[in-house]
Design a protein around this ligand. Structure first.
Ligand code: ADP
Length: 421
């Protein structure tokens, strides 16, 4: 399975998991509302029972619901024409609560509209309550226009949640399972991605080393012929080929070693005042064989006033070499413009080519280690996908920035910005 398909599957699984989790949370909320309604119904039924037991209502034709108000979720107020005795109210309420399964503690208060205060208050523990009995002193006044009984359920939410134990447990188990699955899928995807990178690397590695070795083998075969002694021109040419290929291999091995040895550590940067123009000249010298091979046109637009930059000479040169090499590698008929200059806070070096360009969707990845653009002609060009990663690390170590502008089929421009101070 390709990692792009897998990526889609991981994405879909994540979206589905999120939807299922949200639906589950929605259902939990629904169940909570249902339990809450059930609780309120049971309380109202209990109150109706108390009304009947104690004959608290003078007018039997009164619609019962109108006597009851719910000023906030934990409080219930019910009007009483006659306020009953504290002990009988407590007794009957406790009995009705037990009958109607209202199994949570309650604080009650009897409010007298004439005295404008609670004439008594009581803590009514539920059957088998695990909470300690408290003094009731802090009942709020919701309405002082009529005599009423206030019921306050301090542990109502916990009680309702307790009724939902099965739902909560099964939802939590489902959510944990789904999240676990999503995480496993993500790690599986990452592993697959790393395996693909590794495979690409081995392919690139083989490709990169096989060709020079084959060329050297052919050249050394020629050099081992007896008659070569009589052809000094040919001898020199083949010796030159071997030398060039050896240097190329040495460079590649050096790069790999450097990439491996500086994997996690900071680049050791030693800054000094350097002439950027000399540095660019040096970099161009390093890629001269490639310039000649590709018959490239190089145009220089150098800052005239101040070409100095405070940077690590060797590393900055390597960054420019990498950009030049890429510009040459990825341009069929290279015309490369190298420009330097000063902006407000930075010194900049730009390498612009007229090559194959980079599609926008790949731009965010090109600085990643081992990343190579996966399709098209690019595969014909050799490389390990290390160059730009190294350029970025060098510029990061200088607290600088890299900007890329690229248009497929038109060309690419890399701009290195190095802070002046
Ligand atoms: P590589 O060794 O593959 O050249 P780099 O890290 O230097 O590795 O570059 C990463 C990828 O970015 C390359 O594989 C190539 O596809 C793309 N790229 C880099 N520079 C250019 C350029 N100047 N023009 C077009 N594509 C480029």
């Amino acid at each position: 399975m390709r990692s792009s398909t897998l990526k889609l599957i991981v994405l879909l699984a994540t979206v589905l998991t999120t939807i299922i989790v949200l639906v589950q949370l929605y259902w939990l909320k629904k169940v909570y509302s249902f339990e809450e309604k059930q609780f309120n119904n049971n309380v109202v039924k209990s109150i109706r029972g108390v009304f009947e037991d104690l004959e608290m209502n003078d007018n039997p034709s009164m619609i019962f619901q109108q006597l009851i108000a719910n000023p906030s979720p934990d409080y219930i107020v019910f009007k009483a024409d006659t306020l009953p005795e504290k002990d009988s109210l407590t007794f009957y309420l406790q009995r009705e609560f037990a009958d109607f399964d209202v199994l949570t503690d309650c604080k009650l208060g009897a409010f007298s509209k004439d005295k404008k205060k609670y004439i008594y208050a009581e803590y009514v523990p539920a059957a088998a309550s695990s909470y300690p009995v408290q003094q009731v002193t802090d009942l709020p006044i919701f309405d002082d226009n009529f005599d009423h009984i206030l019921l306050y359920f301090p542990h109502r939410s916990n009680y309702i949640l307790g009724q939902m134990n099965f739902w909560i447990f099964s939802s939590v188990a489902l959510i944990i399972t789904l999240i676990g699955l999503a995480i496993s899928l993500f790690y599986f995807y990452r592993q697959k991605f790393l395996t693909e990178i590794q495979k690409d690397f081995v392919n690139n590695f083989t490709h990169e080393f096989k060709t020079p070795l084959a060329v050297m083998k052919i050249a050394s075969d020629v050099l081992s012929q007896d008659r070569i002694i009589n052809q000094p021109g040919k001898l020199q040419r083949y010796a030159e080929i071997i030398k060039n290929q050896t240097e190329h291999l040495q460079n590649q091995v050096g790069r790999l070693l450097k990439a491996a040895s500086t994997e996690n550590s900071h680049l050791p940067i030693e800054k000094e005042n350097i002439d950027a123009h000399l540095l660019i000249e040096e970099a161009l010298n390093k890629v001269q064989p490639l310039i000649e091979e590709k018959k490239a046109k190089i145009e220089l637009k150098m800052e005239e006033n101040n070409g100095h930059v405070y940077a690590d000479r060797a590393h900055l040169e390597l960054a420019v070499v990498n950009l030049l090499e890429n510009a040459l590698k990825y341009s069929p008929n290279p015309h490369i413009i190298v420009e330097t200059g000063n902006s407000e806070h930075d010194f900049f070096i730009t390498v612009k080519d007229n090559g194959i360009g980079i599609e926008k969707k790949y731009l965010k990845n090109i600085f990643k280690k081992f990343y190579r653009i996966p399709t098209g002609d690019v595969h014909n060009v050799k490389g390990f996908g290390l160059g730009l990663n190294f350029v970025k690390r060098i510029i990061d170590a200088h607290d600088g920035k890299i900007k890329v502008n690229s248009l497929p089929g038109i060309g690419t421009e890399f701009k290195l910005l190095i802070p002046v101070n």
